[in-house]
Write a new protein. Structure first.
Length: 358
């Protein structure tokens, strides 16, 4: 079985096997890691190792804090304005799909969230507007964008130039899939349930200069300064998710790190997009430069065959290919944990289905 779910998503098989082995008797402790105090020496070691390894994987500079917290990606839609702005401030938002739109509606509860740019459709193909057409505001408290739109399969490959305005990125669905220059960002955040681990955990990478600006009314569990000061243990963290994330980080390091997994992601997505482009039976409607390596939406030329495609693909062990209801059609999410064999199996099925129904 290959699981193409957009999230919670497939985790590396080796990690799941190790977690299973350790499940009820973690490191000879006689209990599961999820049954231990977050303040125990043993768990603190797990937490510190995970943090250290994530810092290594993304080459996070010393003047950034890594926070492991609650509230998923959406929790950060509120945490960002609360930590980075005062009431009445403006923030620039690039809206390229469902999640960056969601961030605007939440931010509007706290400040003036201005939509400064987005996508355009040219000949039926969606692309992100060129940056010179965005209406950036030099006085904005921050610029927010989503480098990978999970629903629409739209990815932005270069970090925008905001003329010094702090950049905040929702990397929920592409963190750790490619190398990034963390020093260009004020805040990077993401829900864990795609490339990091199970849901219930979010990771925030925040520059030190953003730690003491929170509004007084900021709930402590969203306050970057408080979370950082207490090593992400001001309240009880999602310990099991943090432990599992640590196993995923070790798996990634053993694989050769983010540069290596990026090569694999490039190869997997190239294969799948080529298969779609080379067959009139299927179409992807995102411009080449914005096609996501993580989430590949595609449509059948005849949507009446959608239900049959889903039924047969499920029976063939290819799970969760139904597209998001906003976009329709199909979506194959091929995060870090998806092996190339899974992509090949999908392509084989797609070609065969097209032959039989074309
Ligand atoms: N941002 C992006 C890009 C996402 O893909 C998601 C969820 O899939 C979210 C935010 C929301 O995350 P959560 O459901 O963890 O709040």
């Amino acid at each position: 079985t290959y699981n193409f779910s957009a999230g919670p998503a497939m985790l590396p098989t080796d990690v799941m096997l190790r977690a299973q082995q350790e499940f009820i008797n973690w490191q000879g402790q006689g209990c599961s890691v999820m049954e231990m105090s977050h303040r125990s020496k043993a768990f603190i070691e797990v937490a510190e190792r995970a943090t250290h390894n994530l810092r290594k994987l993304l080459a996070v500079p010393d003047d950034y804090q890594i926070l492991f917290t609650h509230g998923g990606g959406r929790g950060q839609f509120s945490a960002v304005p609360l930590n980075l702005s005062a009431a009445g401030d403006h923030a620039d938002h690039l809206v390229t799909g469902s999640w960056s739109k969601g961030a605007v509606s939440e931010a509007q509860n706290y400040l003036q969230a201005d939509v400064v740019g987005g996508v355009e459709v040219v000949d039926g193909i969606t692309q992100v507007q060129a940056q010179q057409n965005w209406k950036l505001n030099d006085k904005a408290s921050y610029f927010h964008y989503c480098p990978n739109e999970t629903v629409e399969g739209i990815e932005i490959n270069t970090v925008p130039d905001t003329n010094g305005v702090p950049i905040v990125a929702d990397m929920s669905s592409n963190i750790l899939s490619r190398t990034i220059d963390v020093s260009k960002f004020a805040v990077i955040y993401g829900g864990a349930q795609k490339n990091i681990g199970p849901s219930g955990l979010s990771v925030v990478i925040v520059h030190n200069s953003m730690l003491d600006k929170a509004r007084v009314e900021t709930p402590s569990i969203l306050n970057y300064g408080i979370i950082a000061k207490h090593d992400s243990m001001y309240n009880t963290p999602p310990t099991f998710a943090w432990y599992l994330a640590g196993l995923v980080f070790e798996w990634l390091l053993d694989l050769g790190g983010v540069a290596e997994v990026e090569k694999r992601n490039q190869a997997k997505s190239d294969l799948l997009y080529n298969a779609i482009d080379n067959n009139d039976f299927y179409a992807n409607r995102v411009a080449l430069q914005n096609r996501s390596r993580m989430n590949v939406p595609f449509h059948l030329a005849n949507p009446e065959l959608d239900a049959l495609f889903l039924k047969e693909s499920e029976a063939a062990g290819l799970k969760a290919l139904k597209g998001h209801r906003i976009v329709g059609g199909m979506r194959a999410s091929i995060y870090n944990a998806m092996p190339i064999e899974g992509v090949k199996a999908l392509i084989e099925f797609m070609n065969d289905f097209a032959k039989r129904n074309g």
